[in-house]
Design a protein around this ligand. Structure first.
Ligand SMILES: CC(C)(COP(=O)(O)OP(=O)(O)OC[C@H]1O[C@@H](n2cnc3c(N)ncnc32)[C@H](O)[C@@H]1OP(=O)(O)O)[C@@H](O)C(=O)NCCC(=O)NCCS
Length: 153
């Protein structure tokens, strides 16, 4: 931490992500490198996610500005963390880890024993962050996906 940054970090507060934070969160997601805005990231879908996973997603604020955001949810078996982003001006002061720790505390309270994240192949810095925070690569597993809407059966 550089000299003079302590005061600003002190003033950063965290709280539950409300759908009213969506526009600022979207701007932050667009501002950082390493995140891709994709299907499920529109306001209505994020609102549904927040309702379904009440109390788990977090934002960090500095005054009226949103300087950190993370989405967190679970399906009853695994916890999932998405779209962690810290404003570049506030990175490197423990805020990303603080938000993730708060997500993990929420997942623990919900009885979850394991959490998963997907890190883009080319997001080397993001992967370093997760490793530094104790997360391990899952060897022997390859993420796969499908869009149910595209399948007729
Ligand atoms: C990844 C990100 C959220 C980290 O936020 P941050 O607030 O800067 O991270 P923190 O300060 O909490 O770092 C926690 C630890 O990780 C380390 N760390 C953070 N970024 C790192 C990097 N790029 N390389 C190596 N270590 C890193 C810190 O040094 C710290 O280590 P320490 O506990 O030993 O001091 C932030 O860089 C970001 O928004 N990146 C762009 C979006 C992104 O990639 N999100 C993740 C998508 S999967």
């Amino acid at each position: 931490m550089k000299a003079g940054q302590e005061n600003m970090s002190d003033k950063i507060e965290t709280r539950e992500f409300s759908i009213d934070d969506y526009d600022a969160a979207l701007q932050l997601w667009r501002r950082v490198k390493g995140l891709e805005i994709a299907e499920g990231d529109d306001k209505e879908s994020v609102g549904q996610f927040l309702v379904r996973n009440a109390g788990l997603s977090r934002v960090a604020t500095h005054g009226s500005a949103i300087v950190g955001v993370v989405l967190c949810g679970h399906d009853g078996r695994r916890g999932y963390i998405y779209h962690l982003a810290v404003d570049p001006a506030c990175q490197g002061r423990g805020l990303g880890k603080r938000l993730v720790d708060e997500c993990l505390a929420g997942l623990r309270r919900a009885g979850l024993k394991r959490a998963i994240i997907l890190v883009a192949d080319d997001n080397v810095q993001g992967a370093e962050f997760w490793k530094r925070c104790g997360w391990e690569e899952i060897h022997g597993a390859k993420p796969m996906g499908i869009d149910p809407e595209g399948v007729r059966g």
